[in-house]
Design a protein around this ligand. Structure first.
Ligand code: DQA
Length: 319
């Protein structure tokens, strides 16, 4: 599932519709072609709108549509060639979208649309010259706005779509924040018989790799301070993180402040402990933080973090 919109920009004829359809199929989401959308709404072709109502009228319709799109999520959008000329449009589209610039040479464009008489800005003779001129004007704007640039030359549509899909993965992954509490930076040094021999860096590397494999972007954080952990939890709220995995260390057993922070952010949170806290000292049997979480896992070493990520993944599916 797409978390953001994918917004394709690029010169007319660069393949925004073709690639957009393919990508939407891949993401199993809806595809919007802004020109086609406006044509359907107005009941006439773009060319007719240009002729009968003028270009400024059409640009106004584009502006309105960009505003509407900025309130939606999870669409692949092919933009009409002129949308990028307006900074406000690009700001709207970039707010909840990844902007993908499909780069193509003038020759490539001419091959694709040289024969097409329905393009209002390419009427008359010497199309190649017009393409070059218009492209030179627009390229700086495409480049300025692009989060990702994809070269569309020389490969099959399927291969380019695959490349795009791979490049876009990181922008559209759901995010999980893994928080380690006090003394966990000493893992691998402290009480190895209980917490194992791996360092926290080793464990984090493992969590990031496995987390990515499960389709999540993973952020890791460690602090020995209660306040810093609370600040990090609150940041998760503002960053719209999709899940939290937390090992609050000894704070588990007495920090009502961390318990309240977990409850405040309203993000699915799983509590993890490397050791089985129920087999250990009496004071470790109680967790004041677990009731604010969707569940607790303990006694599985670092694998517990992966189980927690899986738990968040499956919970998201059920919801
Ligand atoms: C721990 C268990 C806590 O009781 C202890 O204070 C820790 C680590 C664990 O991962 O097993 O620091 O959270």
């Amino acid at each position: 599932m797409l978390k953001k919109n994918i917004v394709l920009i690029g010169f007319m004829g660069c393949g925004k519709t073709t690639f957009g359809r393919k990508l939407a199929k891949r993401y199993k989401c809806e595809f919007i072609d802004t020109d086609k959308f406006i044509e359907a709404e107005q009941g006439m072709s773009v060319q007719d709108i240009f002729e009968k109502k003028g270009e400024p009228y059409f640009r106004e319709l584009e502006k309105e549509l960009c505003k509407k799109i900025s309130e939606k999520n999870g669409y692949v959008i092919a933009t009409g060639g002129g949308i990028i000329k307006n900074d406000e449009n690009m700001e709207c589209l970039g707010k909840n979208g990844v902007i993908v610039y499909l780069k193509a040479s003038p020759e490539h464009i001419f091959r694709n649309i040289g024969h097409d008489s329905s393009r209002p800005l390419l009427q008359g003779k010497n199309k190649m010259k017009k393409i070059r001129q218009l492209m030179a004007e627009r390229i700086p704007t495409y480049e300025k706005n692009a989060d990702v640039t994809i070269n569309t030359a020389g490969q099959t549509v399927n291969r380019i779509t695959n490349r795009m899909y791979e490049r876009l993965k990181k922008y559209n992954m759901k995010k999980i924040c893994v928080i380690h509490g006090p003394n966990l930076n000493f893992t691998g040094i402290r009480e190895r018989g209980i917490y194992g021999t791996k360092t926290l860096d080793d464990i984090n590397k493992y969590i990031i790799e496995e987390g990515n494999r499960l389709g999540f972007e993973i952020e890791v954080f460690q602090s020995n301070y209660e306040g810093a952990i609370i600040d990090r939890l609150q940041k998760c709220y503002y960053d719209k993180v999709d899940g939290i995995v937390i090992n609050p260390g000894a704070f588990t057993h007495y920090s009502y402040a961390i318990r309240d922070a977990i409850a405040s952010v309203q993000i699915p949170t799983v509590e993890v402990h490397l050791s089985n806290i129920h087999q250990r000292d009496e004071f470790r049997h109680k967790s004041v933080t677990a009731p604010a979480c969707i569940g607790q896992l303990c006694g599985f070493g670092e694998y517990g973090y992966i189980m927690a990520i899986n738990a968040i993944k499956n919970r998201a599916k059920i919801r």
